[in-house]
Write a protein that binds this ligand. Structure first.
Ligand code: BGC
Length: 756
C-alpha cells in the first residue's frame, strides 16, 4: 500500500500550506496544489496554484547596475486559471472544514494516482454528512485534471447547492523577503477570450502571456445528476450553480473536469473539442482504471523498499512518485526544482535534474530519461547564445536556471558562474549511455550537446606551463563563489573532455558521425581536449594531505557556525554573501560530490580524509547535500554515518525539516534519496566496465530491495545482511559485477550470492 496519509492534524495556516504542497496532484505536464476547493476562512493565507510545465512568461529583472551581459529578464512559470473552486451549501448552510467538521482525513494514493480529502460535517441541527473530494491529474491524458465530489447525507433530506467556478484571473505567488521565491506578485496572464456553452455546461477561458506570446486555454465541464440552475459569466470568470435534492444514504456524486492546454503543445483551435469528446466517452471510472494501470507499470519498474521503517518507506514512495509527477515527458520540458508543486524557484530547471534526478529515470524508465536529454538539446541554440554573451567564440554554455533556455539567474556569482552545469549535463548523458548502450541517441542529439558544451572548457580555462587551469567559476557550493580551480568543476570538465573524445571515436567507428560534420568538429580539436584533460589541475594540499575545494578555500578562516542558534539557518538569509565567501563554510556537498561522481579517480583513504575535513564545514543549508554525504560515507564503509544522513535527507519534505516545503517539494533531494538507497547502500555504479553492485546494509534494516534496468533488461536486487539475490525480471541475460566479481544473470534465474 503506497499512501501518504494525514489525519487529526491541526488546521493552522502553516500546516495547510505544507499540505497544499504534499497533496499536490501532477503528471509532469500539469500540476495543481492541494488547495481546498471551498477556500479558507479570513485570516488564512493560501498559495493557490495550478501550473503547466514549461509554460512561462518573461519578466523584467532589474539590475541596479546594468553591467555588460547582466541578465535583466527572466523566464517565470505561470500560475494558470483556477479551476479548483467548488462551494457546497446544504439546506442553506455553507459546508466548511473549519466549522463543525470531524474525522478530517487526507490521503495521496500513489498506486491509484489520486488525492483524497474527506471529513464529516455537521449542520446546525446536528445532522451529519460525509464529504469527499478526490483529485486526479491524469498520466494517460496529460491535460486532464479531475475533482470528484461525493456528498453522503446520513439523516438529512433537502436542498443541496454546488457552486463551481472557473477563474481566469490569477497572479503569481511572491515573498519579498525570501530569495528562493519571486519577490513581486505579477499578473502575467491576461484573459483574452471567455466562451460559455450553457446547454453543454462548458466553460472555456483563453489567456495570453504578456511577453512570451504564449496562450493557455482552460476548459471546465461537469458531470452530475443535479441540474444546472444558474450561470454567471464575467469577462474573466464563470460560475456554475447546480441545485437539487439529497436524501439519506444516497451518495451524490459531482465531477468537475478541467483541461489545461497550452500553445506550446496543442493547437488551441482544435484540441479542446477532441479532448472533451474523449473524456466524455471514456468516463471517470475508465480514466481511474487507466491511471492505476499506468502506476502499476511504474511501480513494477521502480521498486525501492527497505524492511522495518515505515516512515522511510513512505518517504521513498513519496519521493519516487513525486519525481514521476514532476518530470516533463515531452522533450521540451524538464523537472523544475520544486516540480509542479509550488512556485519556489519560479519553476526553473537547474543542474538538479542531471545530477540528482535523472539517474532514477535512467535506471527505471529510460524513455523518460531520453526526453529529459532531448529537452537540453531543444535549448542548445539558446545555450550557444548564452556562451556568446559570456564572451566565448565557440560552444554552448547552459544557463544556470531556465525554462525555455534563457539564463534566468539574476545573481551571477551563484548562478551563471556555475559552469559545471555543462559537465553535469554531459555526465547524465554518459550515464544514460552506459546504462542503455543507446548510441543512436548520442548520434541523434546527445553527442551534439556533449561536444558543444565541451568546447567552452577550452575557452574558459587555459594552459599554464604545467597545467590546464579554470579560473573565475563557481562550484556547487554557493557559499564560495567565483574562485579559481574549483576542484569539482575541474574534475568534471576533465571527465567531460575525455568522454567527448571517446564519443568522437565511437561515433566515427560506428559510421554515425553526421554530427561531427554538422558542427565542424576536427581531430585537432579533439586532441586539444585530450591535452587539456590530461593536464587538468586538481588542487591538493600537501600540508593537510587533502584535496582543496579551490585555490583559496583552505587559506580562509573557518566560520564557527556550530554554536549559532537554529534561527540563523539557512545562513544565506542572515549573512551577506561576501561574509560567507570569506570563510571556510559550505552550503552543500562540493568536493564530497566529486568523491561520489568521480570515485574511480580517488583512493578510499583520500576520500575519507577529505570527507572528515569538509564535513564539519558544511551547513547542509541546501537540500542537495545530506544525500551525497550519505553516499560517500558508504564509500568508505561508515554505514552508521551513511544511515544518519540518509534518514535525514529522505524525510525532508514529509517532516518539513527545512521549513519551506510550503513553497514546493525539494525535487532534487527526492532524486538524492533514490541515489542514497541504490548508489549509496546498494553501491550501484555504471562505468565503462559495466554495471556493478557493492551493497552495504545498515544495521537498522533487515533487507532492502530495488529494481533497475540495464541494457534493456530489468533486474530485482534483494539484499540482506548475508545475501544478495539478483533476479532477471525481463530481457536478456546480462553480466553484473557484484563485490568485484562478474556474474552472468540469466533468464528468470536468481543469483544468490552469499556475502563473504
Ligand atoms: C542550491 C543549488 C540548487 C538550487 C535549486 C540551491 O539552494 O544551492 O545547488 O541547484 O538550490 O534546487
Amino acid at each position: 500500500m503506497k499512501k501518504l496519509i494525514k489525519q487529526g492534524f491541526e488546521l493552522t495556516n502553516d500546516n495547510l500550506l505544507l499540505q497544499e504542497t504534499l497533496f499536490h496532484t501532477a503528471n509532469g505536464y500539469l500540476g495543481v496544489r492541494g488547495n481546498f476547493e471551498e477556500g479558507y476562512p479570513q485570516g488564512f493565507s493560501s498559495s493557490r496554484g495550478q501550473y503547466i510545465n514549461g509554460f512561462y512568461d518573461i519578466a523584467e529583472m532589474k539590475q541596479a547596475e546594468q553591467l555588460y551581459g547582466f541578465v535583466n529578464k527572466k523566464e517565470v512559470m505561470l500560475n494558470v486559471a483556477d479551476t479548483q473552486s467548488l462551494m457546497i451549501e446544504i439546506g442553506g448552510e455553507a459546508v466548511s472544514l473549519f466549522e463543525n467538521a470531524t474525522d478530517i482525513y487526507r490521503e495521496l494514493d500513489m498506486e491509484k494516482g489520486t488525492a483524497l480529502r474527506q471529513f464529516t460535517w455537521h449542520n446546525q441541527a446536528g445532522q451529519s454528512f460525509q464529504i469527499a473530494f478526490k483529485r486526479m491529474a491524469s498520466f494517460v491524458m496529460l491535460p486532464l485534471f479531475t475533482i470528484e465530489l461525493t456528498i453522503t447525507s446520513n439523516e438529512f433530506s433537502g436542498e443541496v447547492k454546488i457552486t463551481s467556478k472557473h477563474n481566469g484571473e490569477v497572479t503569481n505567488f511572491a515573498d519579498p523577503n525570501d530569495p528562493r521565491v519571486a519577490a513581486e506578485s505579477e499578473h502575467y496572464l491576461r484573459v483574452v477570450g471567455n466562451q460559455v456553452d450553457e446547454a453543454q455546461g462548458i466553460s472555456k477561458i483563453t489567456a495570453k502571456t504578456q511577453v512570451s506570446d504564449l496562450a493557455a486555454e482552460t476548459i471546465v465541464f461537469h458531470e452530475s445528476k443535479l441540474p444546472l440552475t444558474e450561470l454567471v459569466a464575467t469577462e474573466v470568470e464563470n460560475t456554475f450553480i447546480y441545485r437539487g435534492e439529497i436524501s439519506p444514504k444516497q451518495p451524490l456524486s459531482f465531477t468537475k473536469f478541467s483541461l489545461f492546454l497550452d500553445s506550446r503543445r496543442y493547437d488551441l483551435a482544435k484540441a479542446s473539442e477532441e479532448l472533451i469528446a474523449e473524456v466524455k466517452s471514456a468516463g471517470l471510472s475508465d480514466l481511474y482504471q487507466k491511471q492505476a494501470a499506468y502506476l502499476t507499470d511504474f511501480w513494477q519498474n521502480a521498486v525501492a523498499e527497505v524492511s522495518g521503517d515505515q516512515l522511510l518507506n513512505e518517504s521513498l514512495d513519496y519521493s519516487l512518485y513525486s519525481l514521476l509527477q514532476s518530470a516533463g515527458k515531452d522533450g521540451i520540458s524538464n523537472i523544475a526544482a520544486k516540480g509542479l508543486s509550488g512556485e519556489g524557484y519560479e519553476g526553473h530547471y537547474f543542474w538538479d535534474t542531471e545530477i540528482y534526478m535523472m539517474p532514477f529515470f535512467t535506471l527505471t524508465n529510460p524513455q523518460i530519461a531520453q526526453k529529459l536529454i532531448h529537452y537540453r538539446y531543444s535549448i542548445l541554440d539558446k545555450a550557444r547564445e548564452n556562451a556568446r554573451i559570456l564572451g566565448h567564440q565557440t560552444g554552448a554554455l547552459y544557463p544556470w536556471r531556465t525554462i525555455a533556455g534563457a539564463e534566468s539567474s539574476g545573481y551571477f556569482p551563484s548562478g551563471t558562474a556555475q559552469y559545471h552545469i555543462n559537465s553535469d549535463i554531459a555526465y547524465a548523458i554518459i550515464q544514460y549511455y552506459l546504462a542503455t548502450g543507446d548510441l543512436q541517441l548520442i548520434a541523434d542529439y546527445g553527442g551534439e550537446v556533449i561536444f558543444e558544451t565541451a568546447r567552452v572548457w577550452l575557452e574558459v580555462g587555459h594552459f599554464t606551463e604545467e597545467h590546464f587551469v579554470i579560473n573565475a567559476v563557481t562550484g556547487p557550493d554557493e557559499y564560495t563563489c567565483v574562485v579559481n580551480n574549483n576542484f569539482y568543476t575541474n574534475i568534471s570538465a576533465k571527465y567531460h573532455l575525455e568522454w567527448a573524445g571517446k564519443f568522437y571515436q565511437v561515433l566515427t567507428e560506428a559510421g554515425l558521425a553526421e554530427v561531427i560534420g554538422k558542427i565542424g568538429l576536427t581531430s585537432a580539436e579533439i586532441a586539444e581536449w585530450q591535452r587539456a584533460a590530461a593536464a587538468m589541475y586538481l588542487p591538493f594540499s600537501k600540508e593537510l594531505q587533502i584535496h582543496e575545494q579551490d585555490d583559496s578555500f583552505l587559506a580562509k578562516p573557518v566560520m564557527e557556525f556550530k554554536n549559532l542558534p537554529a534561527e540563523k539557518f539557512p545562513l544565506l538569509l542572515h549573512y551577506h554573501p561576501l561574509y560567507l565567501y570569506r570563510h571556510q563554510v559550505t552550503k552543500q556537498a562540493d568536493l564530497v560530490l566529486a568523491y561520489f561522481l568521480y570515485e574511480n579517480q580517488f583512493e578510499e583513504a583520500a576520500i575519507k580524509r577529505g570527507y572528515d575535513y569538509y564535513e564539519p564545514l558544511t551547513t547542509h543549508d541546501s537540500s542537495l547535500s545530506s544525500c551525497i554525504f550519505s553516499i560517500v560515507a558508504n564509500q568508505f564503509g561508515d554505514s552508521e554515518k551513511a544511515y544518519n544522513y540518509f534518514d535525514e535527507s529522505s524525510k525532508i519534505d514529509i517532516t518539513n525539516s527545512h521549513k519551506n516545503t510550503k513553497d514546493g517539494i525539494h525535487a532534487a533531494n527526492m532524486g538524492g534519496t533514490y541515489l542514497g538507497l541504490v548508489f549509496g547502500f546498494g553501491g550501484l555504479r555504471l562505468t565503462e566496465s559495466g554495471i556493478s553492485l557493492r551493497p552495504q546494509l545498515p544495521k537498522n534494516w533487515d533487507k532492502m530491495t530495488f529494481s533497475f534496468h540495464y541494457h534493456g533488461s530489468q533486474f530485482l536486487a534483494e539484499i540482506t545482511e548475508a545475501t544478495i539475490n539478483l533476479t532477471l525480471v525481463a530481457g536478456a541475460a546480462q553480466s553484473v559485477m557484484i563485490n568485484g566479481e562478474n556474474y552472468l544473470v540469466e533468464k528468470k534465474q536468481s543469483l544468490n550470492e552469499v556475502l563473504k
